[in-house]
Design a protein around this ligand. Structure first.
Ligand SMILES: Nc1nc2c(c(=O)[nH]1)N[C@H]1C(S)=C(S)[C@@H](COP(=O)(O)OP(=O)(O)OC[C@H]3O[C@@H](n4cnc5c(=O)[nH]c(N)nc54)[C@H](O)[C@@H]3O)O[C@H]1N2
Ligand SMILES: Nc1nc2c(c(=O)[nH]1)N[C@H]1C(S)=C(S)[C@@H](COP(=O)(O)OP(=O)(O)OC[C@H]3O[C@@H](n4cnc5c(=O)[nH]c(N)nc54)[C@H](O)[C@@H]3O)O[C@H]1N2
Ligand code: SF4
Ligand SMILES: [Mo]
Length: 699
């Protein structure tokens, strides 16, 4: 049999690299980078080759399963749909007690994004949860408040900048987030070749800090002080907005300058532990003339001041004249214009058993997820649909989440595996293998470092009996309507929908035209375009939204509090792992255990801990055990553990992952702390104590 090479986009992370998949029949012979993809230019990371392992994983479910007293029973699709629909209709006919949780891979499946609402409407579920309140709500909130649309993001124009400052992001491992920047390493090389500089602010000397010119360690959770100091300096040195930007702002930056008057640089510097000299060095590019861009990610979003931080990041780029400038931060104008075609989203509140919480884009914050399943009154979630997510490992207080899941009257999981979460489901509906789906970079065009779009058809035909995620949710939607006696909607094929959406975008191409360009459609480098992009009612940047301005005072308050004397636990991503999955791929998990606690030699010495020793990590809710990895890369007082591990819960079907179980970071994290503006969880800077295991047993 002849082998064939298929061009497609890797669906695993936001970098959206172009790949070449060589197949012979259904067998995957190789997966390589596509050198002709103008965005990724041949780059791939090790996860791309693991797509073959996902496709061929013997532990992947090939048919729906139902949980019985004796374990899992395979059933056919029609039986699964009929039984789930009947139970949904009888347990919660109007949907008030039903909820959805959508996990990260949902965002990488355009067809599922387009179809998932049919099921939610059929069920009538009012409550939506997603990984966004564990990840990025501060970005959506600030973008909505300042630019008028939750998805209108300004990304660093890395290909033309001379100064790049990254806070709390590690693109060398993550390959970029809310910033589609494949081949980050190659792009940094080019930046260096033209004399540019990169600064990384992070409590750990990360893989990104190691390729940067300047590493600035910072006490977790205190970046607001550093950002305020830089902004204060910039406002002083550059009092007037540059021409072009002043016309698109709703007012001057005076209210911001006034709010900052209460702070002294020395006081801000002392609070975050970054010296005044370092603050000055970091300010320099933003008061100079060369293009510069500052960008903040997980480390500064998933904390108590996530929205405030993201706002100040925008203001530094704006005040320094770098917003909407080549080499600064720019708004992509992709092939598919999510911003032009979708409503702006919104910010409101939601009532929960914990009281009123913020609700961005209609979601309930994940910090209230377990509470809502465990509440005793009529408001309890009784029916839950988990779509490609694993909240037991990814959301705070995993053990309590498990208690909540166990109490549900009906749970349906859409997942290829029996996971720590889906093992609680009554039914698991597994999608086909990843290469049997088509792909379009729907959410990631608007975040890409070039104006770009790419469509890939399925690489392999569907295996017998297999279904794509979008087929599963839409067929189940029809069954639920039938069980309730309501009329099912007319379900359009996602390809037809995409064709319509592409034609309505500024480039106006048809899907057939896009499909005929398998390396992707490159519309060139980013261009200044802010005037056309703003979606606020007055088409101006709202520079000082009242809630954000007021949040400066909340931050100022915390500067007077005496911090708890504890080690601070932060997360860590590795290029061979992706959140809680891919751990069943031997080629990715082989080698040394990666679920270790990194700590500074002085912190280890103080506690009598040796490298490789088993230690106990204690937080205010529980303790877990893992291995210590002693390294100078950690800032003193800060320890680091990756999240997404902990496959040691019973009943899992994964064979490789079982030998690489690790422990779950989120078992240690409580749900009390969150960003009050957005409801986003706090998953970094967790107060913990660490002891050798033996000592913990004695005491
Ligand atoms: N402590 C801590 N916690 C964190 C983070 C952190 O940095 N630190 N990061 C947070 C972030 S940024 C995120 S995005 C969340 C992620 O949180 P989640 O999205 O809840 O978790 P994932 O681990 O991405 O789970 C993805 C699940 O989808 C399944 N899956 C994979 N592909 C498909 C598919 O094509 N179809 C279907 N139906 N299922 C599929 C996988 O088997 C897996 O069970 O975790 C958050 N949690
Ligand atoms: N290989 C791999 N790639 C991934 C993922 C993965 O799991 N593995 N997940 C994907 C997902 S869902 C996302 S959202 C992205 C995330 O993409 P990134 O945000 O780039 O990735 P993280 O590794 O979470 O980076 C957060 C950094 O913040 C630092 N940090 C922690 N606390 C603080 C703090 O208080 N201040 C500062 N300044 N820094 C702090 C951490 O040390 C860490 O280096 O990655 C995506 N890509
Ligand atoms: S960086 Fe790796 S996982 Fe992410 S899209 Fe590229 S090849 Fe896939
Ligand atoms: Mo994420």
């Amino acid at each position: 049999m002849m082998s064939q090479v298929h061009k497609r986009t890797c669906h695993i992370c936001e970098a959206n690299c172009g790949i070449l998949v060589e197949t012979q029949g259904r067998k995957v012979l190789s997966i390589k980078g596509n050198p002709d993809n103008p965005l990724s230019r041949g780059y791939i990371c090790p996860k791309a080759t693991a797509i073959a392992d996902l496709q061929d994983d013997p532990d992947r479910l090939r048919a729906p399963v139902k949980r019985t007293d004796d374990g899992w029973e395979e059933i056919d699709w029609d039986t699964a749909y009929r039984e789930i629909a009947a139970k949904t209709a009888s347990i919660d006919p109007d949907g008030t007690a039903s909820a959805f949780y959508r996990g990260n891979p949902s965002a990488h499946d355009y067809a599922l994004v387009l179809q998932s609402r049919h099921l939610q409407r059929a069920v009538g579920a009012k409550r939506s949860y997603s990984a966004s309140t564990l990840d990025q709500m501060p970005h959506h909130y600030v973008q909505y408040k300042m630019y008028g649309h939750v998805s209108l993001a300004a990304v660093p124009d890395i290909d033309r900048t001379q100064h790049l400052v990254i806070l709390g992001g590690n693109p060398m491992a993550s390959n970029g987030s809310l910033w589609t920047v494949p081949d980050f390493r190659g792009r940094v090389r080019e930046l260096h070749a033209r004399g540019g500089r990169v600064t990384v602010v992070d409590p750990r000397k990360t893989e990104t800090a190691k390729v940067a010119d300047h590493w600035v360690p910072i006490r977790p959770g205190t970046d607001t002080a550093l950002l305020l100091a830089i902004l204060k300096n910039v406002l002083e040195e550059k009092p007037d907005l540059r021409l072009g930007l002043s016309e698109v702002c709703d007012q001057s930056l005076d209210p911001v300058r006034d709010a900052l008057a209460q702070f002294e640089i020395a006081q801000l510097s002392a609070f975050c532990g970054v010296s005044e000299a370092d603050v000055a060095q970091m300010t320099a590019p933003f008061i100079g003339d060369e293009p510069a861009a500052i960008y903040g990610r997980m480390g500064v979003s998933v904390c108590e001041f996530g929205a405030l931080n993201h706002w100040i990041v925008q203001l530094i780029n704006l005040a320094s004249g770098n917003l909407d400038r080549e080499g600064g931060t720019m708004f992509p104008k992709p092939l598919f214009d999510l911003v032009g075609l979708n409503g702006p989203g919104g910010v409101s509140t939601v009532e929960t058993v914990r009281g009123t919480l913020p609700s961005v884009m209609g979601e309930t914050p994940m910090v209230a997820f377990a509470d809502e399943m465990l509440r005793e009154d009529d408001g309890r979630i009784k029916v839950l649909f988990v779509q490609s997510g694993n909240p037991v490992l990814s959301a705070p207080d995993g053990q309590r989440t498990e208690e909540g899941l166990a109490k549900l009257d009906l749970m349906v999981a859409f997942d290829p595996h029996i996971t720590e979460t889906s093992r609680h489901a009554d039914y698991i509906l597994p999608p086909c293998g990843p290469l049997e789906k088509d792909h379009f970079n729907m959410f990631f065009g608007p975040l890409s470092v070039r104006n770009f779009g790419a469509y890939s058809p399925p690489t392999l035909p569907l295996e017998e009996g297999a279904k794509t995620d979008w087929e599963i949710v839409s067929e189940l939607a029809i069954a639920v309507h039938a069980a309730k006696g309501s009329a099912a909607p007319n379900i359009q094929h996602p390809r037809e929908q995409l064709d319509g959406l592409l034609k309505a975008s500024p480039a106006g191409m048809t899907l057939a035209e896009v499909e005929a360009m398998p390396d992707g459609v490159d519309l060139g480098p980013l261009e200044p375009c802010i005037k056309d992009r703003l979606k606020t009612h007055d088409q101006k940047i709202h520079v000082a939204p009242a809630e954000l301005l007021a949040d400066v005072a909340r931050f100022a308050q915390t500067m007077n509090e005496v911090p708890e004397d504890a080690l601070r636990l932060i997360g860590r991503r590795h290029v061979r792992s992706n959140n809680s999955w891919l751990h069943n791929s031997r080629r990715l998990v082989k080698g040394p255990d990666r679920c270790t606690l990194m700590m500074h030699p002085e912190d280890a010495k103080l506690r009598g801990i040796d490298d490789g020793q088993t230690i106990t990590i204690q937080s205010d809710i529980t303790s877990i055990e893992t291995t210590a990895e002693i390294t100078d890369d950690m800032m003193q007082g800060v320890v680091s553990l990756p999240h997404g591990w902990g496959h040691n819960r019973s009943g899992l079907s994964w064979k490789t992952a079982a030998n690489h179980a690790g422990v779950s970071f989120n078992d240690l994290v409580g749900t009390k702390r969150f960003d009050v503006l957005t409801g986003n969880a706090v998953l970094n800077g967790i107060a913990v104590s660490v002891e050798p295991k033996e000592a913990a047993l004695v005491s």
